[in-house]
Design a binder for this molecule. Structure first.
Ligand code: NDP
Ligand code: KPL
Length: 294
């Protein structure tokens, strides 16, 4: 029996928990802030139901084999109390969040601990506590190695495409090229497709090109076709298509602004790369009503 604790059963965490519960060899423990009774995930291949153990108090939690962190990046500090209870000498911690700083974000909280960074491409939303909708089966990518292989093994009974790759850095930056463009929808509260015009394309292209330039300086391989693909996706985004940052802004919550756009500005400065469009969106979104917490 593999004990897996999931911290943060929101849109993505609830979806991942629902899938992992389908394997009888897993004991899944859901670590929640808002109470929930059970899980129901509407997936592209049917509905998953599960009733794992749910904890809302870290005190009774014990060390587990795997901790999967699925809070927003701005809630990582608050998740520390869970890590203090759940992490023992043999525990591996996987971070399933957006951005490129998965490991450094946790280094101070978990000194010397094995941390498995995961790039997740699974669009999911939550309609109520424990009620998730997974729009696409999607994929998860972790770095090659023993921990990566074991992480992939956790998902053996699921229909999610989970793999370990040699060049994780390029995958993480490639995903950031997509996510940084999400700042437009977060700011306008509209999908980009229905309001597309040449001026909007200049902004989307600017966000993504700046990200790609910083990515390449950080050693990532980003083909020009990836940049064009993101722009094409934004051009064709149908009405209602948002992202997890626009969901946060719409709900009046904090945003992962630093993890998704601020990081491009910060690392751009390090490399002497100008990032004015990302800086503009960081400034405007930070001033838009939701506090920017790093
Ligand atoms: N949603 C998506 O489509 C995708 C999201 N991602 C990334 O995945 C990560 C998670 O995103 P998403 O699932 O959308 O976020 P949500 O806001 O939907 O979920 C975050 C969850 O973390 C919980 N939480 C916050 N603090 C704590 C705490 N101290 N203890 C326990 N639980 C806590 C929240 O509790 P509460 O229930 O009280 O809100 C919520 O359930 C982000 O980094 C995001 O960028 C990546 C790919 C796709
Ligand atoms: C764009 C998407 C849905 C891709 O998985 C995402 O990463 C997010 O909404 O944060």
């Amino acid at each position: 029996m593999t004990k897996i604790a999931i911290i943060g059963p929101g849109a993505l965490g609830g979806t991942i928990a629902g899938w992992l519960c389908q394997n009888a060899a897993h004991e899944v423990i859901v670590c929640a802030r808002t109470p929930l009774v059970d899980l129901r995930v509407e997936t592209p291949v049917g509905t998953l139901n599960a009733a794992p153990q749910v904890l809302i108090d870290p005190a009774p939690a014990q060390p587990v084999d795997w901790v999967l962190v699925l809070t927003k990046t701005y809630d990582v500090a608050a998740a520390k109390v869970w890590l203090d209870s759940l992490v023992g000498p043999g525990t591996r911690v996987a971070v399933l969040q957006n951005g490129v700083e998965h490991v450094s974000r946790f280094a101070a909280l978990l000194p010397g601990q094995a941390i498995v960074p995961a790039v997740v491409d699974i669009p999911a939303s939550r309609s109520a506590p424990g009620r998730m909708i997974q729009q696409r089966l999607g994929s998860i990518v972790v770095p090659e190695g023993d921990d990566g292989a074991d992480f992939v093994g956790l998902f053996g009974e699921t229909k999610i495409d989970v793999s370990a790759v040699a060049d994780w850095n390029s995958r993480a930056w490639g995903k950031l090229c997509l996510n940084c463009a999400g700042a437009v929808a977060a700011l306008t509260q509209r999908s980009t497709g229905p309001v597309w015009n040449d001026d909007l394309e200049v902004l989307v292209r600017g966000l993504v090109s700046e990200c790609a330039a910083v990515a390449r300086a950080e050693g990532a391989v980003i083909p020009d076709s990836l940049i064009e693909g993101v722009i094409e996706g934004a051009r064709n985004a149908p009405e209602g298509a948002g992202n997890s940052m626009s969901v946060d802004r719409f709900a009046g919550r904090q945003m992962e602004l630093d993890a998704r756009n601020g990081v491009i500005v910060r690392l751009g400065k390090k490399h002497g790369i100008a990032t004015p469009i990302n800086a503009l969106f960081v400034t405007l979104l930070a001033a838009s009503g939701s506090p920017w917490v790093t």
